[in-house]
Write a protein that binds this ligand. Structure first.
Ligand code: BG6
Length: 513
């Protein structure tokens, strides 16, 4: 049996040894077509999937093996990041089969069990991928367990279950969900996906911090002025997501998972080793020390926004959030959220932490910016004039930017002398970009994460206590939403200007770059 806590290592580059059957529940959905099957195909094309494997699509639609295989072949052609030949695609889809069934119907599991008994086709190690609405998680897992499709964690053949967010809607429901999952499965069998952890650039935060000795000594309250994390998206409510989104909003959809995970990686202590539990223990410690930086009341540490209508460059009407499909009239769900946090530990005490995310913003940009303090003595201030307007220019603080996407890379802003007769210090970028350094496309998050589940490596998945600690950070916001009515912002802006109010007493502002 593969141990649960293998940790970050070269394992992702090696072929999965254990033969396995992957059953995807909700196989007719978008995730299967756009992400899961193309990611599995790439693993197959690189010889990383086990020699013997089967993929079973489980859904209600009236498909059969041939039709489903054809659809999956099309999905590979449309969404795979690598060009490939038809023959390889054909060989890959021969491993795919379809099982028609309703997730709420116990007979569907009995039928599935019967099918999987043919171990020549369906290897006995089983990975169940639940790409379904959260209200069906328990039904699916209970039915799998009751029909004898879940093995004991110590058994010869493993069972693993992958679940997609949302892991609850608040702290209480997250705890309830964890309790239900843990009633049927051991923690070591559960893989909660946060796809941000599968991103190459996100994993690189750990390497950058802990493989270089020069940054760690300055990564603390003595040198860091503040940290800001932005996840700005240009998309609105595309692909009919309105129904889900209106119930969740930006804080639940992005902050309680992806953005807090980024914060963990940039703020955590070095783990003793790279095992899954060593890394996750450190993340939980940071989350447990993180809280809203409330000074007078919650509105000085949190700001919510919602996009209104606008027009694009061609004068075309851009819908307001409330005009989008499946959004409640007068909805006050936020599509933008910004907050100011603090981390009460020795490393980060009093260092303001700013988080912000939004839909329909002016630019797609996900980044972490660590802004350092300015030198204690401003030797290099100078006067800059534009026509007859002159200003004293002070040197800008050094900033280290982890650019998660797009233009993936790491940049360090430093002051250097501008060539010329005057002694003028100007900000320049020392940069490392993925595209300029390696001439190949970055693996998609799901490629890495699916292989990790097959290898039994849970490092890049969220543990139950981690999920609960994430909800604990935002719980005071969820309990005070009536004091935090969303401000309106025009589409294609950097969110609401009111989010600037979070900065008083801090040297700096949002990086709208
Ligand atoms: C998902 C959210 O988890 O992440 C979406 O539900 C969001 O609302 C998406 O758009 C962003 O992912 P990425 O990889 O495009 O940054």
């Amino acid at each position: 049996m593969v141990s649960h806590t293998q940790g970050l290592g070269p394992i992702g580059e090696s072929r999965v040894r254990d033969p396995a059957t992957l059953v995807i529940f909700g196989a007719s959905g978008d995730l299967t077509r756009r992400k899961l099957i193309p990611a599995l195909f790439i693993a197959y094309a690189q010889n990383l999937l086990p020699e013997q494997f089967a993929i079973v699509g489980f859904a209600r639609r009236d498909y059969d093996d041939v039709l489903f295989r054809g659809m999956m072949a099309d999905a590979v052609k449309e969404f795979s990041r690598l060009q490939t030949d038809d023959e390889t695609i054909q060989r890959f889809v021969e491993h795919i089969r379809y099982h028609k069934g309703d997730i709420s119907d116990p007979d569907a599991y009995a039928e599935l069990k019967k099918k999987l008994q043919d171990v020549e086709i369906y290897p006995e190690n089983r990975l169940y991928y639940l790409s379904i609405i959260p209200s069906l998680f328990e039904t699916a897992i209970a039915s799998l367990k009751n029909s004898g499709l879940v093995t004991d964690p110590a058994a010869r053949h493993w069972t693993r279950v992958v679940i997609e967010k949302p892991f609850g809607k608040d702290l209480e429901s997250a705890m309830e969900l964890n309790a239900k999952l843990l009633h049927y499965l051991a923690e070591s069998q559960i893989y909660r996906i946060d796809h941000y952890l599968g991103k190459e650039t996100v994993q690189n935060i750990l390497s950058f911090r802990f493989a270089n000795a020069i940054f760690e000594p300055v990564f603390n309250r003595s040198y860091v002025e503040h940290i800001q994390i932005t996840a700005a998206e240009t998309v609105g409510m595309e692909s009919g997501r309105g129904g889900y989104y209106d119930e969740y909003g930006a804080i639940r959809d992005m902050v309680t998972n992806h953005i807090l995970q980024l914060l963990c990686l940039v703020a955590m202590e070095p783990p003793g080793d790279l095992s899954a539990d060593a890394i996750r223990n450190e993340k939980v410690k940071v989350l447990n020390a993180t809280r809203l930086d409330i000074r007078k009341d919650i509105s000085d540490s949190v700001c919510r926004g919602q996009y209104g209508s606008g027009v694009d460059a061609q004068d075309k009407h851009l819908k307001a959030y409330q005009e989008e499909d499946r959004i409640a009239p007068h909805s006050d769900t936020e599509t933008f959220a910004a907050m100011r946090l603090k981390i009460d530990n020795w490393r980060w005490a009093d260092v303001p932490i700013f988080l912000r995310t939004g839909k329909c913003m002016g630019k797609k940009a996900t980044e972490i910016a660590v802004q350092f303090k300015v030198p204690p003595l401003q030797l290099f201030q100078h006067v800059e004039c534009e026509e007859d307007v002159c200003d004293i220019t002070r040197i800008a603080p050094n900033t280290l930017i982890f650019r998660i996407q797009p233009d993936e890379g790491i940049f360090l802003k430093v002051g250097t002398k501008r060539p010329g007769m005057r002694f003028v210090v100007e900000d320049v970028n020392m940069d490392f970009s993925y595209s300029g350094t390696w001439n190949k496309s970055l693996p998609e998050a799901y490629e890495r994460l699916l292989l990790d589940t097959l290898h039994g490596d849970s490092t890049l998945f969220t543990r139950s206590d981690e999920v609960e600690a994430e909800w604990r950070v935002v719980q005071p916001i969820l309990e005070n939403l009536d004091q935090l009515k969303p401000y309106t912002y025009p589409p294609n802006a950097w969110g609401v200007p009111e989010a600037d109010w979070l900065f008083p007493g801090t040297e700096g502002q949002w990086r709208n770059e």
